[in-house]
Design a protein around this ligand. Structure first.
Ligand code: ASP
Length: 435
């Protein structure tokens, strides 16, 4: 019998997770059972993905850069990658702003609900505000300074420092190109083999993915706040989700125009990474799988994917920037503020920068939202308004973030002649591959 494709298995795991979560929320002690006996498996699954992220970036990026042979190719690819990342982010923020101005979700929030929400979540808002303050205290060039680690071991010991590890790997790869071929070969061979091992480890971890997402979603459901709060925020959530859906359409259009690949090919190829992004709310944790899918299933040469994707996971967050734009205007509307055109243009700039600065972990977009609010002069207390529904929206925006990275990887690959036929065809997807 034909084996079920991985994305179906993950989807079944997700649905069962939600169902079990709902069932166990409805009787006494059910929440604790899930927290004690199911949640840890979700944690183990995420940990194993994160565990693989730093070695993966190191191995694949060093291999990728050193394969390039000459450095001018690297700068060509680098410029295109960054330009596309900024372009898609600006489009995302603009879509968000247009929708939120059309739908006006903030106007449907009554005074009473607003006060309730602000009261319920005021404490959390303060916590996030402190985190944002720390980030804001630094000077304008701090991001550049942060790029260069003083110690590679220290940088590699924290998944938040992914850009520093990328910097080291690219630098190392450039060094490798510049030394004598005879000396470079063993080093290259080592990273080649290392890379293969890591890819195999990802295959193995993905065997557990359906169970991992089952545990993650069951835990999420028993821990989520009451449905009533969700209802009050329904229009706001709808605006964000609609914007995110439009972004997926936009990506498919870009892929079709630039690479001539149909949406069914793109979506099928990337689906497991999307589902994982949805379940983990973390682009960083999803990165190993995004790399694997884009390389093996979408036909992007590793030279390109190993460069474009790790950078994308950290700086290209279209879903996050769209959400920040909608959230900022929604809060302004709920507080009865009218934003001028200038203020809205300011939101485009800050939301773009803030999404670049957001870490690729759950909830990071919300911390950076504070900076967007402050810049536009919108009351920060409004953050408490959107807390209740942030996690589900985080799941959706992370899915878009990951899809955006894959889109850019395909376009850049096509533009440098590195988009080929996929190694694994999804229509006979026996994944992980059976040897
Ligand atoms: N969780 C998102 C990501 O990892 C970032 C965010 O919007 O909070 O891509």
């Amino acid at each position: 019998m034909k084996k079920l494709a991985l994305h179906w298995k993950i989807l079944i795991g997700m649905v069962l997770g939600v169902l079990i979560g709902v069932v166990f929320s409805n009787f006494e002690g059910g929440k604790e059972i899930i927290q004690d006996w199911i949640k840890p498996f979700g944690k183990i699954f995420i940990n194993s993905l994160k565990l693989i992220a730093v070695p993966l970036i190191l191995a694949s990026l060093i291999k990728g850069v050193s394969d390039l042979k000459d450095i001018s190719k690297l700068s060509k690819m680098g410029l295109r990658t960054i330009a596309l990342y900024i372009f898609t982010t600006v489009i995302a923020v603009s879509i968000g702003l247009i929708l939120v101005n059309m739908i006006k979700p903030g106007n449907s929030i009554s005074d009473k609900t607003r006060k309730e929400l602000v009261q319920n979540y005021a404490e959390n808002a303060v916590k996030y505000k402190n985190a944002a303050e720390k980030q804001k205290d630094s000077g304008p060039l701090q991001a550049l300074v942060d790029l260069v680690p003083q110690n590679i071991v220290k940088a590699a010991s924290n998944n938040r420092n992914m850009l520093q590890v990328i910097f080291f790997a690219v630098f190392f790869g450039i060094g490798l190109i510049l030394i004598e071929e005879k000396k470079a070969k063993p080093v290259k061979d080592f990273f080649d083999g290392f890379n293969e091992v890591i890819l195999k480890m990802i295959d193995l971890i993905m065997l557990a993915a359906p169970y991992g997402v089952f545990a993650l979603l069951a835990a999420l459901v028993v821990e989520s706040p009451s449905v009533d709060l969700f209802k009050a925020l329904g229009w706001y959530a709808l605006t964000v989700v609609l914007g995110l859906a439009l972004m997926i359409v936009f990506y498919n259009t870009l892929v079709a125009i630039f690479t001539k690949k149909p949406p069914s090919f793109f979506m099928k190829g990337i689906a497991p990474a999307q589902l994982l992004a949805f379940s983990t709310s973390s682009s960083a944790a999803t990165l190993p799988v995004t790399m694997e899918r884009v390389t093996e299933h979408l036909g992007v040469d590793e030279e390109v994917s190993s460069f474009v994707l790790p950078i994308g996971a950290t700086i290209n967050m279209d879903g996050t920037s769209l959400y920040q734009a909608v959230a900022a205007v929604f809060i302004a509307q709920a507080f009865g503020m009218d934003l001028t055109l200038g203020q809205q243009l300011g939101i485009i700039v800050t939301a773009t920068l803030a999404s670049i600065g957001s870490a690729a972990v759950p909830g990071a977009g919300m911390v950076m939202l504070i900076i967007v609010l402050q810049q536009a002069g919108i009351p920060e207390a409004g953050l408490a308004l959107i807390f209740a529904i942030d996690r589900p929206l985080d799941m959706c925006r992370t899915t878009v973030n990951v899809t955006g990275d894959a889109t850019v990887a395909m376009i850049v690959a096509k533009s440098v002649g590195k988009l080929g036929e996929p190694k694994v065809k999804d229509w006979d997807d026996n994944y992980p591959k059976e040897e």
